[in-house]
Design a binder for this molecule. Structure first.
Ligand SMILES: Cc1cc2nc3c(=O)[nH]c(=O)nc-3n(C[C@H](O)[C@H](O)[C@H](O)COP(=O)(O)O)c2cc1C
Length: 351
């Protein structure tokens, strides 16, 4: 392998290739994470959609499927977040990933336990703040990335943040192949992080009907909407999103209340815990009243597409890159393909 591909990210994480499989709610399961790690990348388990008391068992399940290092992503403001922190520390996972509302006391516990802190940021000022709070590596996600996302294109954000901070930067948002990996390295990143590309692999748990929707989406079918939970989220346009975009205030409130009740059942949290987490999020992220009310929509509606196999009434978070992905390889095939293409690209550039 070309030494250009053996970056600081590989050294810090103890992985073969500078590739991260990001956390995706309901999608980044122990099976997908282990497949990514076994193929030489680093996978992140999505704990934001696991009941906090079950996170440790899911970590152990992942450990049974791989002896390689992996990370866990979770929401620091969610009810039960302290239980998740305990589980990560007890199980000595390699890295913690978070984005919104970083909590200094949790970050301190990770650092004391030797767990690498790898937040994801969508804007340069957030990346700077993340480093001040103790980030070891920062993933920067450009606006074309899937799920909750910012507005700055990946190519501008990566080079901007590389110039601003001393910590290593990993590029996310719009990556799928070896050319992209080399481009990210050229911008000064130490690797790439991909969500949507890993969602469309054989080890991803998404039902066939939902996968079909992703595969048939064109770039223009992937849009940013605030109608799911009040925050900008990149998703594949479907019947539900079209309806949400043309909805009124009353339909928004009814949907939010329904999701709140469904989320309560899924998370096992009490109404009091949910309210206190919603209010904490509101304070730390300066959410409006309606954004706070809609916070439970995302996990509940994404679950519908990812677990129940309903791509019509569920939400399909997605990067724009879905518009140029047309196959479902195994994770190992995907990673080998990316590395091989990156090597060929580097060779061609050297001529
Ligand atoms: C289906 C889906 C679910 C996601 N869920 C989460 C999540 O639970 N936590 C999180 O921090 N990011 C989440 N994201 C964002 C991804 O981790 C990642 O940052 C993003 O997909 C990168 O952009 P890409 O899709 O262009 O590769 C999700 C993205 C997708 C596509």
């Amino acid at each position: 392998m070309s030494s250009a591909l053996h970056t600081r990210l590989c050294q810090m994480l103890g992985i073969r290739y500078p590739i991260i499989q990001t956390a995706m709610g309901w999608v980044a399961t122990p099976e997908l994470v282990a497949a990514s790690c076994n193929a030489g990348a680093m996978g992140f388990l999505a704990a934001a959609t696991i009941r906090p008391e079950d996170v440790e068992a899911e970590i152990r399940k992942t450990q049974q499927l791989t002896d390689r290092p992996f990370g866990v992503n979770f929401l620091m403001e969610a009810p039960g977040a302290a239980l998740i922190v305990d589980a990560l520390v007890r199980q000595r996972v390699k890295a913690a990933s978070y984005s919104r509302s970083p909590k200094p006391e949790f970050i301190k516990r990770f650092k004391d336990a030797g767990i690498l802190c790898i937040p994801t940021c969508g804007a340069a000022r957030h990346a700077q703040k993340a480093v001040q709070l103790g980030a070891d590596i920062v993933v920067v996600q450009g606006g074309e990335g899937g799920g909750h996302t910012g507005t700055v294109p990946t190519s501008l954000l990566v080079s901007q943040v590389v110039d601003l901070i001393d910590a290593p930067v990993v590029a996310a948002g719009g990556f799928r192949d070896g050319r992209g990996l080399v481009a990210a390295l050229a911008f000064g990143a130490v690797g790439i992080a991909m969500g949507t590309r890993f969602l469309l692999t054989r080890e991803s748990p998404i039902p066939p009907e939902t996968a079909k929707r992703y595969l048939s989406a064109a770039i223009d079918d992937v849009l940013v909407t605030k109608e799911v939970d009040g925050m900008p989220q990149r998703v594949v346009r479907n019947e539900l999103v079209t309806r949400l975009e043309s909805g009124n205030a009353l339909s928004r409130i009814v949907r939010a209340l329904r999701s709140g009740l469904a989320y309560r059942k899924l998370s096992g949290a009490s109404i009091r815990e949910l309210l206190s987490s919603a209010m904490a999020m509101r304070r730390s992220e300066k959410l409006t009243r309606s954004q706070t009310l809609m916070a439970a929509n995302a996990p509940v509606l994404v679950r519908k597409a990812m677990l129940e196999g309903d791509p019509v009434e569920g939400v399909l978070p997605s990067g724009s890159v879905a518009g140029v992905i047309g196959d479902i390889p195994s994770v190992a095939e995907l990673i080998e393909r990316i590395v091989e293409e990156a090597e060929q690209t580097l060779k061609a550039l050297a001529h």
